[in-house]
Design a protein around this ligand. Sequence first.
Ligand SMILES: [Fe+2]
Ligand SMILES: [Fe+2]
Length: 180
Amino acid sequence: MKRFVGRSTCRAVSNSGTMHSVKEACAVNRRIRSSQQGGKILRRLQQDDRVEQMKQFMQHGKVTTFDHCIHVAKISRWLDHRLHLHSNQHVLLSGAMLHDFFLYDWHHDDNGTHRWHGFSHADTAARNVRTFFGKDPRVEHVIRSHMWPLNLTHLPRSREAWIVCVADKLAAIQETLFRR
Ligand SMILES: [Fe+2]
Ligand SMILES: [Fe+2]
């Protein structure tokens, strides 16, 4: 499927000129809009000075927290697309890109301040997001629950939260094993 005509009527025409069903064309147009919207959300966040602060901190191996968050956002998008989950792109990608927005290097002990990093950083990131970007309970929930099951009481309760929780684990395994 190469060419789309009349966005509002969701008509799609294939290479051979065959008309596809309105339902199919609508689904394709929805996917394209969602992908364009997702790209804009990610670009805006990646260019934000506050988000760029994550470039200063290491996450796994040679991967900065910033690059780790981009990795998680890419896997989240892929899962959402491949599994046809139709997530809210703002909630999914803001949650993914900001899930580790805790803004310190957890490898440094800092007199024991980061001893409980594994348990506490999701809350710290959610608080930072609220301070810098304003309150958004759906995004905060994605961030707070991304460490489940380590943070046992923060069970993911939305599809966006589940996607980011899984994507974070996949990214962490890949970064820890192959990008040292
Ligand atoms: Fe995390
Ligand atoms: Fe993470």
